[in-house]
Design a binder for this molecule. Sequence first.
Ligand SMILES: C[S@@+](CC[C@H](N)C(=O)[O-])C[C@H]1O[C@@H](n2cnc3c(N)ncnc32)[C@H](O)[C@@H]1O
Length: 190
Amino acid sequence: MRALDFFAADGSRLSSRVLEGYAVEAWDIRADYLEKYAIPDATKRCGDSFKLATETTPRSYDAILIDAPAGCFSGHCEHFEALEAALPLLRDEGTIIFNVFTSPLLYLAWQPLHGGSTRNSLRRYVGGDLAQWNQARRRYYRRDNLLLHEYLDHYSALFQSKGYETLRRWTERRGWGIYLSTWRLRRIIS
Ligand SMILES: C[S@@+](CC[C@H](N)C(=O)[O-])C[C@H]1O[C@@H](n2cnc3c(N)ncnc32)[C@H](O)[C@@H]1O
């Protein structure tokens, strides 16, 4: 079973737990992170994952993890564009895993409390990056904050519109305002 780690870093926070048991291909733009990648025997590719996706054979992976940076980064936001880029790489039946932020504000308040990166602290975001982040969310979700059923409805409709039926879905709370969302999908329309 093959898995793609779309934003791999060193894999220590999430990938090593979620992708255990798969033959993993790890992509990241940072070679220094990939060097320390936590899953032994993983194949590593350093580069822009959006570009690597266009160079990869469609329907190659049984599972894809999109552990995107929080907020906006180099012209992208969360997993919004990465999901579009990665979905064609999923096999006709496969699992896609990504983070859902129900409330960026709550998430940023929680980061320093649990020893998370100060890069994502509320202090740094308020006034600038948070406004930009919420603006991107309004374009994507039509709102800043989401209730759990709203997020489930959003992605059910999205996957259906792309020709998939949802076989199973799981939601795991990672912290304040952040959930890990797992979807087992089957392609019914090519
Ligand atoms: C949240 S971290 C991933 C954490 C990792 N999954 C783990 O378990 O520790 C996000 C990663 O995305 C990478 N990244 C950001 N933009 C990228 C891009 N365009 N292409 C590839 N990697 C990118 C960053 O270098 C960072 O390592």
